[in-house]
Design a binder for this molecule. Structure first.
Ligand SMILES: [Ca+2]
Ligand SMILES: [Ca+2]
Length: 171
């Protein structure tokens, strides 16, 4: 997942954008872009070359670079960031099926409960081993009987995956 830009970073891009957008119209035209290019050291690109760059960056096809297109060009990532697509229902069902299958090895009806040690084994088999603290919190706090229902289990693995997703966004 792409890292979100901080307000400070966006401000830096905004200042740069404004310096390109010499008539402050909110768009960088080919002419404005060529002007900036001609001020940078080295051989300035021809207007045709600049037009080609603008064309590649111009995602909405209006012939100029707006602020969002500008950030996309500078960062190489879509801006504003694409909203993560909701998980497809099919995928959701498959995932539940995987958990249900794993669960059924210990408790075939999905209506009963498993013990803490079964829960540990189950999670290890899913490739998501749990630590003592998690087991303690989950099993002893949920129903006070030292057992875990399928519903509690499902809730746990799902909320755990969400946390992983959030944390991995910062790695
Ligand atoms: Ca302009
Ligand atoms: Ca455009």
């Amino acid at each position: 997942m792409a890292r979100a830009l901080s307000p400070e970073e966006i401000q830096v891009f905004k200042d740069l954008f404004d310096s390109y957008d010499s008539d402050k119209g909110g768009n960088i035209t080919v002419e404005e872009f060529a002007k900036v290019m001609s001020q940078t050291p080295g051989q300035p690109p021809s207007e045709a070359e600049v037009a080609q760059i603008v064309k590649e960056v111009d995602l909405d096809g209006d012939g100029t670079i707006n602020f969002n297109e500008f950030i996309t060009m500078m960062t190489g990532q879509p801006y504003p960031p694409k909203v993560e697509e909701e998980k497809q229902p099919e995928q959701q069902v498959e995932e539940d099926a995987e958990y249900a299958t794993a669960w059924k090895q210990y408790e075939p009806s999905l209506n009963g409960s498993i013990t803490a040690s079964q829960f540990r084994q189950l999670m290890a088999e899913l490739g998501e081993p749990v630590n003592d603290v998690e087991v303690e919190q989950l099993i002893n706090n949920v129903d006070g009987e030292g057992k875990l229902s399928y519903k509690e289990f499902l809730h746990f693995v799902k909320s755990r995956n969400v946390e992983d997703d959030i944390l991995s966004g910062y790695q």
